[in-house]
Design a protein around this ligand. Structure first.
Ligand SMILES: [Zn+2]
Length: 307
């Protein structure tokens, strides 16, 4: 099997890395010694990934829209998004699976509008945000589940050739680690995002996954081997490189919520842990990327400052 690029870190360009695990696919997982990005070898590129939905090629079945119930996480993200984009606009959800985020955002928009509705007799514009939804979902299993007013493209984002400066909001929820060549993907997101647009993504934190693995092994639970399921695991430093190189910048990182855990013990531990993380993060806004189970990044274009 050939790799499309030499074995350099896709985030920082460093060439030194260390083998840390064997992926479930049987491939080697490496960690960049500089930015701590964990990546699979052979590196995850478009040619390798294009057949993933037909073969899964060793990656977990149920790739898009697995068992995790993310509605609660999405509600939190939708509320933060509405606070920053109260008028709505064109929104694309990259890796939208069954379109759960569209439903959640629609319903949060309606409840925000109800809360802010002008009192009868008073004049005022309707606060209901107007959204135009787009989705990218290469997994063929989800075709046909969407309402006709949602534009869904059944191909990877970079094959869609959307116009530049087109979307008010781009969301990439719990999916960045699956995308081949994340440097190119983020550059494409920066291109299609409006200058005053907002890009939102969330991914599991490395520190949390390591801790979950240790606790899981101790209690003999499931999913105890961290860094073996996805092609990439991003460290805060590797994300910083990727985001900067794409012409983007992080406005704020929120703690978010971890996905609903199937094991009761983990559910209890996670709630306690998130409460502790939120308390720590109130002391310093730089903490969420390091300690949150599922930090949520709010990102804008760097050239926005020239507006
Ligand atoms: Zn690196």
């Amino acid at each position: 099997m050939t790799t499309a690029r030499p074995l350099t870190c896709v985030a920082c360009g460093h060439t030194e890395h260390r083998r840390i695990a064997e992926a479930r696919s049987g491939r080697a997982m490496m960690r960049c010694t500089r930015c701590k990005l964990i990546f699979v070898v052979p590196q995850w590129t478009d040619p390798l990934a294009e057949n993933i939905f037909h073969t899964y090629d060793g990656w977990p079945a149920g790739l898009s829209g697995g068992a995790a119930d993310r509605r609660g996480i999405m509600q939190g993200i939708a509320r933060s998004l509405l606070a920053r984009k109260p008028d709505g606009g064109r929104l694309i959800d990259v890796g939208c699976a069954n379109g759960m985020f569209f439903d959640v955002l629609r319903s949060e928009s309606a409840s925000t509008a109800r809360r802010q509705a002008p009192i009868a007799g008073e004049r005022g514009r309707s606060p209901q945000p107007l959204w135009r939804f787009y989705g990218v979902e290469p997994d063929p299993r989800w075709q046909g589940v969407f309402q006709p007013e949602i534009t869904i493209r059944a191909q990877p984002l970079r094959s869609c050739h959307f116009p530049g400066n087109f979307f008010d909001v781009v969301t990439l929820l719990d999916a960045l680690y699956y995308l081949p060549e994340p440097d190119k993907e983020l550059a494409e997101i920066a291109r299609i995002l409006k200058v005053d647009g907002l890009f939102v993504f969330d991914i599991p934190g490395q520190w949390y996954l390591r801790m979950r693995g240790i606790i899981g092994r101790f209690f003999r639970l499931q999913r105890t081997r961290p860094f073996t399921a996805y092609p990439f695991y991003f460290s805060p430093f590797s994300l910083k490189h990727l985001i900067q190189n794409a012409g983007l910048e992080v406005i704020v990182t929120e703690v978010g919520r971890g996905a609903l855990q199937s094991e009761r013990l983990f559910r209890t531990l996670l709630s306690g842990y998130i409460a502790a993380v939120k308390a720590v993060c109130r002391l310093g806004p730089g903490w969420p990327p390091y300690i949150a189970p599922m930090p949520v990044y709010y990102v804008q274009r760097r050239d926005r400052n020239r507006l």
